[in-house]
Design a protein around this ligand. Structure first.
Ligand SMILES: [Zn+2]
Length: 215
């Protein structure tokens, strides 16, 4: 049977999508990850000499001309989606770029969300310490909501079904439960929240480094 679907939205078939492979990790000039950006924008920064491209394997730094020259060598061996074709040449999509002037780290708050709470508590019940699958963990208000407890970093923890059921609507004192550690706002870099789950493996070593710095 023929497939009669039309691809109407294909003005920019090769670039500008938000697929993970089309994002570059952006490092400040101290090599600390600060953001991600579409590959197209990463190349604009290279053209302006605002940034250089990094080879994640060798840590070598390339300006635009050097990156184009390198692409002549690497390009033919790369998968199609890793190369950006222009009328004049094919250029390897940089996975990591280095800002040449910017040394800062954007200060943003880690947003309060279920996902971040799971992450803060390491997917473990904060009363018994057991690590459970997601569907066996719930969010417990340390001071119950019915007693005026707020939904905040300081008053919410992960609890397994068993502990949550036992603690129910009681305070810590009434239930005799103890928290493994005092809950608070996470200290990791909010950048890590914006990293797509399916990111290039080459980002990992830069992000690991940043997690240490952020902690
Ligand atoms: Zn528990």
């Amino acid at each position: 049977m023929r497939d009669d679907r039309h691809d109407d939205d294909r003005d920019e078939p090769d670039i500008g999508t938000s697929a993970p492979t089309d994002q570059a990790l952006v490092l400040n000039r101290h090599w600390t990850p600060v953001s991600t950006t579409p590959v197209r924008r990463a190349l604009v920064l290279l053209c302006r000499s605002t940034a250089s491209a990094i080879c994640p394997a060798s840590y070598e730094v390339y300006d635009l001309d050097a990156w184009i020259a390198r692409s002549l060598d690497t390009g033919p061996a790369l998968e199609r989606e890793r190369v950006l074709r222009t009328p004049r040449f094919a250029i390897e999509k940089p996975e990591v770029i280095l800002l040449l002037g910017y040394a800062g780290v954007p200060r943003r708050e880690v947003s309060f969300s279920r996902r971040n709470l799971y992450r803060r508590d390491g997917y473990a019940c904060q009363y018994c310490g057991r690590r459970r699958p997601l569907d066996e963990l719930s969010i417990d208000h340390v001071m119950p909501r019915s007693r005026g407890g707020k939904t905040t970093w300081e008053n919410c923890v992960l609890a397994c079904v068993r502990c949550n059921t036992k603690k129910a609507n009681k305070t810590l004192r009434e239930s005799g439960f103890q928290l493994l550690r005092a809950p608070g706002k996470p200290t990791w870099s909010p950048l890590l929240e914006s990293i797509p789950r399916a990111h290039p493996p080459s980002w990992r070593k830069f992000l690991d480094r940043s997690e240490h710095l952020a902690g």
